[in-house]
Ligand binder design. Structure first.
Ligand code: SF4
Length: 66
């Protein structure tokens, strides 16, 4: 599973990082980026989905076709 954050949509609420700190990093403005090129380690898919479902800007998505 691979995820990505759309930088054009992310508003820096920091919620993804709060829910899944191992999957995201945030800059000084709270804007998020998926760690590890967005590759979700095995067994962490549920965390990734939690972050996706809780992003108020719908900025996180699963990269299809991997
Ligand atoms: S929860 Fe969504 S809007 Fe907030 S920092 Fe994460 S990706 Fe950005």
């Amino acid at each position: 599973m691979r995820i990505k954050v759309d930088p054009g949509l992310c508003e820096g609420h920091n919620r993804c990082f709060a829910l899944a700190p191992d999957l995201f990093e945030v800059d000084d403005y709270g804007l998020s980026q998926a760690l590890n090129g967005g590759v979700v380690p095995p067994g962490r898919e549920e965390e990734a989905r939690l972050a996706i479902d809780n992003c108020p800007e719908f900025a996180i998505s699963v990269v299809e076709g991997d």
